[in-house]
Write a protein that binds this ligand. Sequence first.
Ligand code: TXA
Ligand code: MG
Length: 314
Amino acid sequence: MTEILEPNAQGLRSAAAILGRGGLVALPTETVYGLAGDATNDSAVAAIYQAKGRPSFNPLIVHVADASVAEGLVTVSPMAQRLADAFWPGPLTLVLPLRPDAGVSPLVTAGLTTLAVRVPEHPVAQGLLQVFGGGLAAPSANPSGRVSAVTADHVMTGLAGRIDAVLDGGPCSVGVESTIVGFDGDRAVILREGGVPAEALAEVLGHDPDRRKEVGAITAPGQLASHYAPGGAVRINATMAQPGEVFVGFGPMECDLNLSETGDLAEAAANLFRHFHQLDAEGAARIAVAPVPETGLGRAINDRLRRAAAPRDS
Ligand code: TXA
Ligand code: MG
């Protein structure tokens, strides 16, 4: 049974107690819901992979309450520090060298020598991290390959019965995952576009970050195949619907669902997964999506759309 917890002091205590005994709790962050387990507990981390049906080679992000906790887990370079100062708490994940004494389960990093860390801003995530005290390994709270959850209802649709509890913090405000940044010598590398636009990173870095799927020999394995996919087939950059397609628009246009009638990218990001979940619930078999500009948050939206439209194994 999966318990739904209110985001109050009692709910946070219950959630922390479940995590303390190695259980799994889905929690709201400002990006998407995360499926959290104690990052130091091998069996809790193994249970995360199992609940998601996730290939065990795909490493997890560890969530911490603030940058000082992060410093106990990873070595923070001056460049990483500048990004942390600018964007933590918030939708930014930094991939940094793992400290040998971090105490993080090797299942979290899937054997890599780096760790992805993030300080979320959402008050419920912050509250839980403070009550729990340690790092929480948390991938997005959806079955592997499917659309990320941006409400507690979405979590329940995908994972009910497979996890212990969901902290219901309402809908996520950003709606796409965090931007993941790694480092290659003196270059910052965007491993996944997300809630912090590349333009904002560039302003702090003083240079345009590289855009790559890997740093050195280390790749972000989740970045390649079909991902974020609703049940129906997805066609992108569509100017109109073909017969039998549901049309998802962007900007003022005739459509069945609109990411943002006014063409606002932040609103579109917040609506993207919500619309996909709604189309899943309605059993939409074919989905066409209008073009979205490739700037700011539009990059993250287009990245998710391209993966949703990518050929699928099954
Ligand atoms: O907004 C988010 O980032 C959400 C919320 C819950 O924090 N989390 C999330 O986690 O999207 P997940 O597991 O769905 O995606 C994490 C990505 C994966 O693609 C993984 O390959 C990459 O981070 N990753 C994790 N550790 C890594 C590492 N050491 N090096 C490179 N990539 C890493
Ligand atoms: Mg995910």
